[in-house]
Design a protein around this ligand. Structure first.
Ligand code: NAD
Ligand code: GLY
Length: 365
């Protein structure tokens, strides 16, 4: 076992657990098996991860008396309500009981889907997250949001279901493609902008090549999980401050939805969204332009896009009106008022938003 393992405690009304971060943390699952004294585990494992890391995963679970595996196909389209029904049938046919534990091994799609199964199966069974993408390590595995998609929209049906433990083993990231690494970096940079100063300093002191070392990635995951934990502990169910985690997402989701999720990754959309919302923060009189400029240059240093031509501002405005964060026809934003000083649930007049969207996107910047 590698010595460099760090633990982030997360304490919420829905459950207390550790996020265990480092290299070689998956073997710690054996400890948990003894603690849980449960006799059956259902592994919900992403097919790509199984292909790349199957031997390692089988070794870690080899000592378990009874485990069943469900292979989760690749792709957001499988995180669906329809697919969940099939998976519930599989859990039942496989003898998974109320005393069993589901273990999600994969990215955010697998974690959200398996977490949703765990929240509902037999009125709730326990879940362990083993995130294998950077995005899942820094964001989706922490905080208990689980959901599946309907054809009408993403994450429409879901729950808050906190895990027993999160085992974030950065060894998995060795096989992660660059575009997926950038998706995770976008969310980690978001944490740096909205409040985690040591993470901001770490990003500031590195670049895209140096950040890819396992030690530095482990620190990115640790600092991100620590920051997200501090927010979720204050507001588990997003009644207030948790909304700051939506920084960059109001515009980001509108971009994804306008482009029908084609030709753009979530990380690219969030990064473009952060660039637009930084500018909006400046024009709303909250943020100093020089600081916004530093943030934009930081995004660019990590190959995260901050400009894109030809996105129709009115189209984006229409998509924002359908967003979960819209109320009374006005889009609400998480904005920055300085380093680590986010303002959440801020209604911004349409003309101010449209002006930013035209300048950042329609004209190509
Ligand atoms: P993903 O789960 O689809 O994984 C991305 C790709 O990486 C997949 O093709 C997968 O097969 C591959 N992959 C995974 N681990 C790998 C590894 N170690 N090596 C090589 N390839 C690997 O996508 P994601 O970006 O991890 O997660 C996105 C999902 O997370 C979305 O559904 C989003 O809604 C959800 N999400 C949830 C929360 C939350 O709080 N619950 C937060 C943010 C995002
Ligand atoms: N990803 C945002 C949240 O967990 O609230």
């Amino acid at each position: 076992m590698d010595g460099a393992v760090k633990r982030v405690p997360v304490k919420t009304p829905g459950g207390a657990y550790d996020v265990v971060v480092g290299t070689g943390t998956l073997p710690l699952i054996a400890e948990k098996r003894d603690m849980l004294e449960r006799d059956t585990f259902a592994l919900v494992v992403n097919e790509t991860v199984l292909g790349l890391h199957g031997d390692f995963i089988r070794r870690c679970f080899g000592g378990f008396r009874n485990f069943q595996s469900y292979v989760m196909p690749d792709g957001e389209e499988h995180k669906s309500y329809r697919h969940a029904e099939q998976a519930f049938d599989w859990l039942l046919e496989s003898g998974i009981s109320r005393r069993s534990t589901i273990v999600a091994i994969g990215g955010g799609v697998t974690g959200d889907f398996a977490g949703y199964l765990a929240a509902l199966y037999m009125r709730g069974v326990s879940i362990i997250h083993v995130p294998t993408t950077l995005l899942a390590m820094v964001d989706s595995s922490v905080g208990g949001k689980v959901a599946v998609n309907l054809s009408a929209g993403k994450n429409i049906v879901g729950a808050f279901h906190q895990p027993e433990i999160v085992l974030a083993d950065v060894d998995f990231l060795r096989t992660l493609p660059d575009n997926e690494l950038r998706n995770g970096l976008a969310e980690a940079v978001k944490h740096a902008f909205i409040g985690e100063e040591s993470l901001y300093a770490l990003f500031d002191a590195n670049d895209y090549d140096s950040i890819k070392s396992p030690e530095i990635l482990a620190e990115v995951v640790y600092l991100s999980a620590r920051f997200k934990s501090s927010i979720v502990e204050r507001d588990e169910r997003e009644g207030g401050v948790r909304a700051i985690l939506n920084f960059g997402h109001t515009v980001g989701h509108a971009i994804e939805s306008l482009l029908e999720y084609r030709g753009i990754s979530h990380g690219e959309a969030v990064s473009l969204g952060m660039a637009a919302e930084l500018e909006l923060s400046v024009r709303a009189g909250l943020l100093d332009g020089a600081h916004a400029g530093r943030c934009v240059r930081l995004l660019e240093r990590y190959g995260l896009c901050t400009r894109r031509e030809g996105l129709d501002a009115d189209g984006l405005m229409r998509h924002m009106k359908f967003d979960k964060k819209t109320s009374g026809g006005t889009a609400h934003f998480a904005l920055l008022s300085g380093t680590g000083e986010p303002v959440y649930d801020r209604a911004v007049p349409d003309d101010l938003v449209r002006g930013v969207l035209i300048d950042v996107f329609a004209a190509g910047g």
